[in-house]
Design a protein around this ligand. Structure first.
Ligand code: ZN
Length: 63
C-alpha cells in the first residue's frame, strides 16, 4: 500500500483515485485526502462529495 508523500499516512484506494482525478492521472506518488484538500484549497468534505459523484458516474478510480 502507498503512503501520502506529504504526511506519510497510509492511503486508501479512493484517496489514490482522488489524487489521480484532481492532480494527475499519471501520478505514481500520492497525497491523502487531507493533504489533497489543503493543496487544492478545498475541504475534505468537498473531496468526499466529488468522489461520490465520480462513483455514480461509474468511474473506476473509486470503490
Ligand atoms: Zn497526507
Amino acid at each position: 500500500m502507498s503512503s501520502c508523500i506529504r504526511c506519510g499516512k497510509e492511503l486508501t484506494y479512493n484517496e489514490i483515485g482522488a489524487h489521480k482525478k484532481f492532480i494527475n492521472r499519471g501520478s505514481t506518488q500520492f497525497f491523502c485526502k487531507d493533504c489533497l484538500a489543503r493543496k487544492l484549497g478545498v475541504t475534505v468534505q468537498d473531496i468526499d462529495r466529488k468522489i461520490e459523484e465520480f462513483k455514480q458516474q461509474g468511474c473506476t478510480l473509486f470503490v
